[in-house]
Structures are given as C-alpha cells and as structure tokens.
Ligand binder design. Structure first.
Ligand SMILES: [Zn+2]
Length: 238
C-alpha cells in the first residue's frame, strides 16, 4: 500500500485542497490546479516563437536574446489568482511549480542559459514576504531545464524600495524602477557572468520597465548575453 497516497487522501477528506484557478476540490493526483484548468491554461508558446509579442514590446529599448512567458494574463482571467497566491498568500511552492512548468516547456525548444538571475526584491520587501517570488520561480525553471543551470542571487541588487507596481499607471511604473537596480560587486559579476547567457527571471511582464532597468544594470558586463522569462505576460490593451 502507498502510505503517502493514503495520507494525502485522508488529508483531502479532512481539509480539501482547492484548485488555484477555479477553487474546485483537487483530486489526490492533482497539484495546485485541477486537470480541467491545467488543460485550459492560456499558454503563450513563446519558447518556440521568435519575434513574439513579448519580445516586440522590448524592441528598441533593450537588446535581449529572447523573451519567454508561460501564460497570458488579462483582467478577467482567473489564472491571475495563481500569481496572487505566490506573491501575497505565501504560496512559494506554487511559484516553484509554475517555474518548473515553464522550464519543461523551454527544455529542447529554447537555448539553455548558462546561469539564471532572478529579478531581486528590495531586502525590506523580501524580509516582509519571507522570500523573493522571482527566485522561487527561477529555481523551478532550473529544475524544469534539468537541474544543471545555477540560480545566481546577490549579483544584481535592488537599491530602491519602490511601492508595489500592481495598480500603477504605465508612466508611474517607468519612474518607479528607473535606476532601481545596480550591480553590487562589478568584478565578481564579471567573473560569474562575462561571456555567458544569462536568463533574467521575474513573475510577470507588463510594460517591460523592470526588465529594461535590470538590463541597463547588467549590460556593463563584458560579452554578456541576456534573455528573459516570466510566468505571466500581460498583452497591451488588456
Ligand atoms: Zn480548476
């Protein structure tokens, strides 16, 4: 008898786990999202789509090797609840699961990076939340890619404690992050990243202001190649 499955079935009877999207009870074999919501997930397929819409919004502002996102977000899309749970309800394991899913999709379809760098949180916000959701997602991506790509933290630092961008206008988002990121130790950064393909990771891509600010900080590293991945992409006009 599989005891762990038995315990999970018992736990589900006492305290049912719910789908992060529709709220229905999960079956024992389901994790975070029910089979129906998983099948309907609005995947972008950006990992096999060059010049995709996410890359287009960053054209002329950055020079990136590529941009990938796991799924589309829009105002009336219940999949938003997944990232809300990761960011504001302490559900870090779900963030890792989403990252893992993105890594699996990228595997074999997208050039494998040499190193993954999560977009940093200001230390004060990380202390309040207990973790950086971008780092959790980055570790999931690394696992999905086979577990050999290191996740590097501490190179890129967020030096400004900016207010949450969730409800900001586009213009305010620009001002909010411009100059917010710096390289802590330039020699160490050059040792670790020079000549390498760096995958920058964040939770959601909207205006691209955060990506651009990180790219501005990282571009001083000689021969670095940068691409970007997020769990969600919010297309313009939604
Ligand atoms: Zn569901």
């Amino acid at each position: 008898m599989d005891w762990s499955r038995g315990w999970l079935e018992l736990a589900d009877m006492i305290w049912p786990r719910r789908c992060g999207v529709c709220g229905d009870c999960l079956d024992t074999d389901e994790r975070y999202v029910c089979a129906e919501c998983l099948a309907d997930m609005p995947l972008t397929y950006f990992w096999s789509w060059r010049n995709n819409p996410a890359e287009q919004i960053l054209w002329a502002r950055t020079y990136l090797q590529g941009v990938v996102s796991l799924m589309y977000f829009s105002k009336d899309n219940d999949y938003r609840r997944l990232l809300y749970a990761v960011k504001y309800q302490g559900n870090a394991p779900m963030g890792r699961w989403l990252g893992h899913m993105l890594g699996l999709h990228m595997h074999g379809e997208y050039p494998v990076p040499d190193v993954i760098v999560p977009v940093p949180l200001h230390w004060c916000r990380k202390w309040k939340r207990g973790y950086n959701q971008a780092e959790v997602i980055a570790r999931g991506i690394s696992e999905g890619l086979g577990g050999k790509v290191p996740v590097l933290t501490g190179i890129l630092r967020r030096v400004r404690y900016s207010t949450s961008q969730t409800r900001m206008s586009v213009g305010n988002k620009w001002e909010n992050v411009t100059g917010a990121f710096v390289i802590g130790d330039i020699k160490k950064a050059a040792d670790k990243l020079s000549g390498r393909h760096v995958l920058l990771v964040d939770d959601v891509l909207t205006t691209g202001a955060t990506v651009e600010a990180c790219w501005e900080a990282l571009r001083c590293i000689p021969d670095v190649r940068i691409s970007y991945a997020s769990v969600a992409f919010v297309p313009r006009n939604v």
